[in-house]
Ligand binder design. Structure first.
Ligand SMILES: NC(=O)c1ccc[n+]([C@@H]2O[C@H](COP(=O)([O-])OP(=O)(O)OC[C@H]3O[C@@H](n4cnc5c(N)ncnc54)[C@H](O)[C@@H]3O)[C@@H](O)[C@H]2O)c1
Length: 358
């Protein structure tokens, strides 16, 4: 399958690995800063680097390479939707880095136009493929938790001035949002997906405590009520001194308790089920090694997307999943703005609506 990458910064390393691990034909790479492509290929040399065409304009790239079937968008978040819609309109399948968009209207438009055009869209929530997450999801689908009581996600990370100084788009309402939109959206995606997807309401409080050189929040807390009666809390921050502490997901059911831990929900810290068998012993204390907090999931996510395109099925993490995770974050933002719980579905709200909050 013919592939191109748009945006060749930090996360692009994981994309190049996934491309080679899946045997994609890497046709072209695009970045508005051409040196970024050199830096990326030095950090993570692709198999056929010499044969990969280089562009600074993705529209020109697609025009000159109509053979491209799949594109990954790893640019700053504020332009994900614009690029995705262009690819969709040109019949190109897309993997969109998280967050899929920065407002509900764009997310809904991506779903609408991709369905109309028959184009596959995947939201890059790769942590769904973590071994620990997959095992938990399987237990959930088998009904081993019984009725869910509550759950919680805790993303307690550190992002310092050096991190934010790497690029001017970071921490802006237009192009990034704060810790909830950038760092915590994976955990928030997992929580919603596991707890039943159908959210009734969300109440959130956010603050900018230490990062006064940013526009957006550096800590956010929320209470979520689900239509199935379960409830959950969210805590996300980039304020933890002196380094990343944990990304932890708790699920409490009538007959099951699971705590996923590690830096990015890659370990099983607690695995208790009423119907425990010998096979459960292997899950207790399971750890999956990853070279960074982005984990190993990109390779599995790409494998799934390639299969989805070939077999004309929806990918495991589809555009609706990307929309739903975005809706949770924007719901917290909207609640912060109004001071009251917000009912979902959120008709429209944009990260930019938060301008001037802090
Ligand atoms: N899935 C994950 O775990 C994960 C992890 C990190 C980042 N991300 C997401 O990936 C995206 C990129 O993050 P990053 O940390 O790699 O950022 P980055 O700033 O390191 O890289 C972004 C790159 O996009 C390029 N770019 C900007 N506008 C462009 C355009 N119009 N066309 C082509 N290239 C363009 C920039 O020059 C830069 O090289 C963000 O949306 C971020 O939220 C996801």
């Amino acid at each position: 399958m013919n592939y191109a990458l748009i945006g060749c910064g930090r996360i692009a390393v994981n994309h190049v690995k996934a491309v080679d691990n899946n045997g994609l034909n890497f046709v072209a790479a695009c970045d508005i800063v051409p040196e970024q492509i050199d830096i990326l290929f030095q950090k993570q040399p692709p198999k056929n680097a010499q044969a990969i065409a280089r562009y600074t304009d993705y529209k020109q790239m697609l025009a000159e390479h109509p053979e491209i079937e799949l594109v990954a968008i790893a640019t700053p978040s504020g332009i994900h939707a614009e690029i995705a819609l262009y690819c969709i309109d040109h019949g190109v399948n897309v993997i969109i880095e998280k967050p899929m968009a920065m407002c509900m209207a764009d997310a809904d438009e991506i779903i609408r136009r991709s369905e109309k055009k028959g184009v596959t869209v995947c939201a890059c929530h790769q942590n769904r493929f973590n071994v620990a997450v997959q095992k938990t999801r399987k237990a959930l689908e088998e009904g081993r938790f019984g009725r869910l009581s509550h759950g919680s996600v805790h993303v307690r990370w550190n992002r310092n001035r050096g991190y934010y100084d790497q690029a001017p788009w970071r921490g802006t309402w237009k192009d990034d949002g704060g810790c909830l939109m950038n760092q915590c959206i994976h955990g928030i995606d997992l929580l919603r997906w596991m707890m039943g997807d159908e959210v009734d309401s969300i109440y959130g409080v956010t603050r900018q405590q230490f990062h006064d050189y940013l526009e957006a929040e550096d800590v956010g807390l929320a209470v979520v009520t689900f239509k199935n009666g379960a409830v959950a809390t969210i805590e996300g921050t980039t304020n933890v001194y002196p380094k990343n502490l944990e990304e932890t997901l708790y699920l409490f059911g009538e007959t099951g308790t699971v705590k996923l831990g590690g830096a990015a929900t890659n370990n099983i810290d607690v695995w208790n089920f009423a119907d425990e068998t010998e096979a459960d012993q292997a899950n207790k204390g399971l750890t999956e090694h990853a070279s960074n907090v982005y984990g190993n999931g990109h390779t599995s996510l790409y494998a799934d997307v390639i299969d989805a395109v070939k077999n004309h099925r929806k990918p495991y993490v589809d555009a609706v999943a990307g929309r739903n995770a975005l809706e949770m974050v924007l719901g917290i933002y909207a609640s912060m703005k109004s001071g009251a719980p917000v009912k979902l579905p959120l008709s429209d709200f944009a990260s930019l609506d938060m301008q001037g909050t802090f």
